[in-house]
Design a protein around this ligand. Structure first.
Ligand SMILES: NC(=O)c1ccc[n+]([C@@H]2O[C@H](COP(=O)([O-])OP(=O)(O)OC[C@H]3O[C@@H](n4cnc5c(N)ncnc54)[C@H](OP(=O)(O)O)[C@@H]3O)[C@@H](O)[C@H]2O)c1
Length: 306
């Protein structure tokens, strides 16, 4: 079992960074930094911070994640998502440290009809996807010890995400229109953090590479929204919470063409988790189960703070 002395965690205020932080404490001393303490758009700053911290494990969930805005800010997106991971990898190599990095389903073009494997060709449709792919390649070129976890449709009780947006909109509006022709796997931050810890426990220096780390099963954004509203409705009834205005009957499926966005997104971004599960000898939960745990947590939290 791997042991670590000092862990440098980036993006502590992001969804995945926030979920990782408490769980990493069991592995070693954690130095968790926000953007003001480690700005990934500044190469010299990255080098200085890593050299001062001297970690033997670097975990990098920080990223430029504004998918649509990236279309008009490509330089910044590439600096944070493309260049910075390579610098982290160079510094990790000098320290003989392991770098854990997160990437995205948006490296694919979505034309495949079955789940993407790690061997499938990439072909990003957006600046965001291309910048994240550049980051993967920069890490691989350095050749340091690394684990790159591609995930998708990330949500959690904390941060800005689709689940929380749906719950907010469903509380305000009588009906919602949601894209029904893009398919993928909603993945909870808790699942990503737990699976990362499992992989780190199993790390023996031989598993370097890219892995697909998502909850299992698949749905559309419309299917995801329906399940969020259905599950929240059940829990709200049991806990006597306020009802949502939108019911599942009033959530309408629409096409991508009816909801144009600056960035193009893959129609199918389902990814196979076989490599992750067999390498690290673990299971990943079905997305509906992971959602139930998050919605339950959120409902309990809102009752306690009522
Ligand atoms: N969200 C998704 O649906 C999704 C899907 C697939 C893959 N991923 C990947 O999963 C990883 C985690 O995503 P997430 O959902 O946790 O993202 P998130 O909630 O948007 O958090 C990203 C974090 O990165 C930080 N950041 C942005 N620019 C920075 C900079 N210049 N220097 C340092 N930190 C900076 C942000 O800081 P501030 O708090 O100051 O803004 C934020 O805390 C990322 O690699 C992302 O590409 C996400």
């Amino acid at each position: 079992m791997a042991t670590f002395n000092k862990i440098l965690l980036t993006g502590i205020n992001g969804q995945v960074g926030h979920a990782l932080y408490p769980k990493l404490q069991s592995l070693g001393e954690v130095v968790a930094l926000d953007r003001s303490q480690l700005d990934l758009s500044k190469p010299d700053h990255i080098r200085d911070v890593v050299r001062q911290t001297k970690p033997d494990l670097i975990i990098n969930p920080a990223a430029y994640t504004a998918v649509d805005k990236a279309e008009s800010e490509p330089e910044l997106a590439y600096a944070i998502n493309g260049t910075a991971p390579g610098i982290l990898a160079e510094e990790a190599a000098k320290l003989n440290a392991l770098l854990v990095h997160y990437s995205t389903d948006y490296v694919f073009d979505g034309t495949k009809t079955t789940p993407y494997t790690e061997l499938d060709e990439t072909n990003p449709l957006s600046v965001y996807g291309a910048s994240k792919l550049a980051g993967e390649k920069a890490i691989q070129e350095v050749g340091a010890n690394h684990l790159i976890f591609r995930t998708s449709w990330v949500y959690g009780a904390y941060g800005k995400n689709f689940m929380r947006t749906i719950l907010r909109l469903a509380a305000e509006r009588d009906s919602l229109n949601i894209v029904a022709d893009q398919f993928g796997a909603p993945t909870s931050t808790e699942s990503i953090a737990d699976a990362t810890i499992t992989a780190l426990h199993a790390w023996d220096g031989t598993q370097r590479g890219v892995y697909h780390l998502v909850n299992t099963g698949e749905t559309s954004w419309h299917g995801f929204a329906l399940e969020i509203i259905r599950q929240y409705g059940e829990i709200a009834q049991k806990k006597n919470l306020a009802k949502l205005k939108s019911t599942v009957e009033n959530v309408v499926g629409i096409t991508t063409a009816e909801y144009p966005t600056p960035a193009h997104r893959p129609a199918n971004s389902k990814m196979s988790t076989e490599k992750f599960m067999s390498t690290f000898k673990t299971e990943l939960a079905p997305w509906e189960l992971a959602l139930r745990s998050t919605v339950t947590h959120l409902a309990t939290f809102s009752v306690e703070n009522h």
